[in-house]
Design a binder for this molecule. Structure first.
Ligand code: MSP
Length: 655
């Protein structure tokens, strides 16, 4: 990235736009918080910033999810997108624009781009032939099909289909994109990811199908209402929409190209690093300055954390845990989660998220290193200087070398997205300041009556805390503000500006005001003990229950009914689960999630009569609501279904 002295116009930062039917989780929060930290840093440098995030709404799965909730796609999207607005509000994401692909402004730009590429011949209509699974709405390659030409996702038979579709001539741009990237080694980071993109491009780009059959949701292909624009093609164009492409030339000139486009590594190679760049080349638009692909948060087993895997980490729940365990404020807890994400793992690499790691870092880095420095320094200023900082006399500036080094490293960290390196630099400075207090022992200077020296030492420490607060402000905005308040800077109206990250800029006359400790220490032993005793409690409850007999009346409380399976398909990402639609003699069929997928294919179950526990409390399993339970025999895994031995009407009671 160019240093800001060379930058003209707006600093433009994007995150991917997130699928509207997902709920925000740690992965989305990670990308978005990184973009937020960058935006805040550049604003502190007095730059004009455009930080954009939003929702990707035209996926076909939105149509399915909406109809499962008995809604039209748009009101459904309106309802679920608010979970992103709420999450970003709680995580203090300071976006300048939230784009939804269902906005008219965006749809117009998509139509425009599509029409233009049709005209130039970069999009053409052709016949598409392949193995198609109707329920999954997906084409599969022959080699990926299951035996008997069955769908690898739902095991149902696929069909040979031929349809007309629109293709983007990506093949014509693969070499040009490759050349560009080879000539500009800094356009994609980290290097390991760049190499993956290069080798993908060296294999040649294939033309991509960029339309789907119109089901009434998406941007219609201009002049051909039977098709809508493919969701990825549509979504990538959001980056152009918000920059004013085709509607506001002055804005576009100021904003384009993006300075940083952030994303996870899974959507770099096939989408941002190739399709997106090829689209820009076809449109003759300058390529983004930097595509940065970060790693994944993985579970302890090394799996990506995601909704489809059911191992989601909710950053908000993690923040609540910190509040419960430490008694800090919610805003401080959110800052601590943000700190943990960027301190724990080098941005660009994979990392393991653990609540225990979060609690330990809260104690070690925040309560001890940062909190302690503040909590021991302010009382000294109160006691020895009547709470007011004086203009430092001779001898101040003893931490100048350490500060210079830390600020230079922090600046480099923000410029190269090395957030971890940046935080390490700040923490080394805090370490140096803590050591400085120990060595210069202000209490001894006071005893010896060395007033000038004492004032200089305390000024240096407060000044260093101020500089540290400035450097961490983009990651921990509330913490920085609270430090600002305690140092008396807020009261004096001092702005947080990066240009003040230098020694001697704490104004004389600042009146410090000690507050409650920002980071109350967590008793980690107590937390561990509590977790252990909770586990022991559950174990013994289980054992007790094993011996218990139930009464006949209790048994009669269980409402067992015959149900007929009308439809069945796999639960996305859960290899043991099936989603069944069953008729149990009620007005509406029910949806039930059953752990049968490994022993039974959906086809085997359709038409089967089974036994349903009909009055079980509904539960959401892997995001799918289950209204009951199907009975099967087998201790660990279902070996056989419990079925009636002759024809029985759905809804008949079983007793
Ligand atoms: N809608 C597309 C993006 C279109 S952009 C023009 C999409 N959306 S998504 O909702 O699936 O969000 C994906 C983003 O979250 C990616 O950047 C992805 O890498 C990130 N993460 C999802 N799970 C993740 C982890 N477990 N860890 C870190 N980030 C991961 O893709």
């Amino acid at each position: 990235m160019a240093a800001d002295s060379e930058r003209n116009g707006t600093f433009y930062i994007t995150t991917p736009i997130y699928y509207v039917n997902d709920k925000p989780h740690i992965g989305h929060t990670y990308t978005t918080s990184a973009a937020d930290a960058l935006a805040r840093y550049h604003r502190m440098r007095d730059e004009d910033v455009l930080f954009v995030t939003g929702t990707d709404e035209h996926a076909q799965k939105v149509v399915r999810a909406a109809s499962a909730s008995g809604m039209e796609p748009k009101p459904f999207a309106d309802r679920v997108m608010t979970s992103y607005l709420e999450a970003w509000d709680r995580m203090k994401i300071s976006y300048d624009r939230f784009i939804r692909t269902s906005e008219d402004e965006h749809k117009e730009v998509v139509s425009h781009v599509f029409a233009r590429l049709l005209e130039s011949g970069d999009i053409y209509k052709d016949r598409y032939e392949g193995w198609y699974c109707v329920p999954c709405e997906t084409y599969f390659r022959e080699e990926d099909l299951l035996e008997g030409r069955c769908c690898p996702d739902c095991s149902r038979e696929v069909e040979r289909l031929t349809e007309e579709a629109y293709f983007f001539r990506a093949s014509a741009y693969g070499t040009a994109v490759l050349r560009e990237l080879e000539a500009n080694p800094d356009r994609i980071k980290p290097d390991s990811r760049r190499n993956e993109v290069l080798s993908f491009l060296r294999g040649g780009l294939q033309d991509t199908c960029v339309s789907r059959a119109n089901q009434g949701w998406g941007v219609p292909v201009p002049g051909d209402e039977e098709h809508v624009v493919y969701v990825w093609f549509d979504a990538l164009i959001n980056y152009l929409t918000v920059a004013g492409y085709t509607v506001d030339d002055e804005k576009f000139a100021r904003v384009w190209p993006p300075n940083v486009q952030l994303m996870g590594k899974d959507i770099l190679t096939r989408f941002h690093g190739s399709l997106w760049l090829a689209m820009l080349m076809a449109l003759e638009i300058e390529l983004p300055e930097l595509l940065f692909a970060h790693g994944w948060w993985v579970s302890d087993e090394g799996d990506k954390i995601s909704k489809s895997r059911g191992n989601v980490i909710d950053p908000w729940a993690e923040a609540q845990l910190l509040v419960e365990e430490s008694g800090c404020t919610t805003d401080v807890a959110v800052d601590a989660v943000r700190y943990y994400m960027f301190r724990e793992v080098t941005f660009g690499l994979d990392g393991t998220f653990s609540s225990e790691g979060l609690l330990s870092r809260f104690n070690a880095d925040l309560a001890n290193d940062l909190g302690n420095l503040l909590n021991r320094t302010l009382p000294l200023v109160e006691r020895f200087l009547d709470g007011t900082l004086e203009q430092p006399g001779p001898g101040a500036g003893e931490l100048q070398a350490e500060v210079l080094q830390a600020v230079a490293r922090a600046e480099e960290g923000y410029e190269t997205l090395d957030f971890r390196g940046m935080l390490e630099a700040v923490w080394e400075l805090l370490g140096a300041a803590n050591k400085f207090v120990d060595e210069r022992a202000p209490w001894d200077l006071h005893k010896q009556g060395k007033k000038v020296e004492l004032a200089a030492v305390l000024y240096d420490v407060v000044d260093t805390i101020r500089i540290a607060a400035l450097m961490i402000a983009p990651i921990m905005p509330t913490v920085a503000e609270e430090i600002w308040r305690q140092l008396g800077l807020e009261e004096m109206g001092v702005q947080m500006s990066w240009s003040d990250a230098a020694v001697g800029k704490t104004p004389a006359g600042a009146e410090v005001r000690r507050g409650r400790p920002i980071f109350p220490r967590i008793d980690l032993d107590r937390v561990r003990q509590r977790i252990a005793s909770k586990q022991a409690e559950t174990e013994s409850e289980k054992e007790e229950k094993g011996d218990e007999m139930i009464s006949f009346d209790d048994f009669m409380k269980v409402d067992l009914r015959i149900a007929k399976v009308i439809d069945a398909d796999p639960v996305e990402g859960a290899d043991k689960l099936l989603r069944l639609i069953v008729d149990c003699g009620e007005e509406e069929p029910r949806q039930v999630v059953a752990g049968l997928a490994q022993e039974f294919s959906p086809r085997e179950l359709i038409g089967e009569s089974v036994v349903l526990v009909a009055n079980l409390e509904p539960a959401t399993i892997r995001g799918v609501e289950s209204q009951g339970m199907i009975l099967a025999a087998g201790d660990d895994k279902p070996l056989a279904l419990i079925v009636p031995d002759r024809d029985v009407q759905p809804g008949e009671r079983v007793r």
